[in-house]
Design a protein around this ligand. Structure first.
Ligand SMILES: Nc1ncnc2c1ncn2[C@@H]1O[C@H](COP(=O)(O)OP(=O)(O)OP(=O)(O)O)[C@@H](O)[C@H]1O
Length: 257
């Protein structure tokens, strides 16, 4: 179980994350919503320790991960798979090599440099691609895939790390409604079937409502709502989005379906 105890992050005068406390169980799909600048990305970066908290503690199954250093810190980062809006694939490499990059940190540097991956890793990579309905594209170069397909490859790469926790920063923000749906369904399936907690930053309130088991809303760095999507009343949304009637919706998956 992931636990945050009064976690804050300051950048000079800016309090990007303000005393955030919550816990997250295995199997939860948590959507983080809030206006631009609310602190969502900073919070994810604190969780995987790409950024250090200014105050507070982060624990995983009781172990304090907010003070880890050196190889223990690198190991924790591998246990937290990160999925980004822009997929971060190598466009010229084929799909399976892109997925195998997920185990690079666990293999000797030289074997990774010459792109030698043991047969067992290759087999696991194919299985992860297959779980996301992408095995047929294993030998295609990543650049030839659609955005939604690339994001599924990025998820397969993340899963090859056998993560304890999946963090996704706006994973569907650059996708069309149909691909956004496919990617969110993939995250939902991983969360349910592998019992891995998924924490996902979302700009679309519609998607948060539709796929998340729980929503955490941030405003000015602080948590202003934590509960089921059904409890997101207009009053709560006013607090989250600062008087706007609702969240900015780039599109509606419900309408498109
Ligand atoms: N490296 C940094 N240096 C200085 N200020 C930063 C840094 N990273 C974030 N901030 C500030 O911290 C605040 C929170 O930013 P953050 O990117 O976490 O918000 P966000 O909710 O993810 O926004 P968006 O939805 O636009 O991505 C903002 O005021 C931002 O300018």
């Amino acid at each position: 179980m992931l636990e945050l105890h009064g976690v804050s992050k300051r950048f000079g005068e800016t309090l990007a994350v303000n005393s955030v406390s919550f816990s997250c169980q295995r199997g939860e799909l948590v959507g983080i919503i809030g206006r631009s600048g609310a602190g969502k990305s900073t919070l994810l970066r604190l969780l995987n320790r790409l950024s250090d908290p200014s105050e507070g503690r982060i624990t995983w199954d009781g172990e304090d991960v907010s003070r880890l250093k050196g190889s223990a810190l690198r190991k924790w980062r591998r246990r937290c798979a990160m999925i980004f809006q822009q997929f971060n694939l190598s466009p010229r490499l084929d799909v399976i090599t892109n997925v195998l990059v997920g185990v690079v940190g666990e293999r000797p540097l030289m074997s990774s440099l010459i792109k030698f991956f043991p047969a067992a890793d290759r087999a696991r990579a194919i299985l992860e691609l297959d779980a996301l309905d992408m095995a047929g594209a294993a030998l295609q170069r990543a650049v030839t895939l659609s955005g939604g397909q690339q994001q599924r490859v990025a998820i397969a790469r993340a899963m090859l790390q056998e993560p304890d926790l999946i963090l996704a920063d706006e994973p569907v923000a650059s996708l069309d409604p149909v691909n956004a749906e496919v990617v969110m369904e993939a995250l939902q399936k991983i969360c349910r079937e592998r019992n891995v907690p998924v924490i996902v930053n979302l700009h679309s309130l519609d998607i948060a409502r539709r796929y998340c088991t729980r929503v955490i809303a941030m405003a000015k760095g602080a948590v202003v709502f934590d509960g089921p999507p059904s409890a997101l009343t207009p009053q709560v949304l006013d607090r989250v989005y600062g008087g706007r009637a609702s969240a900015p919706e780039p599109f509606s998956v419900v309408e498109a379906a």
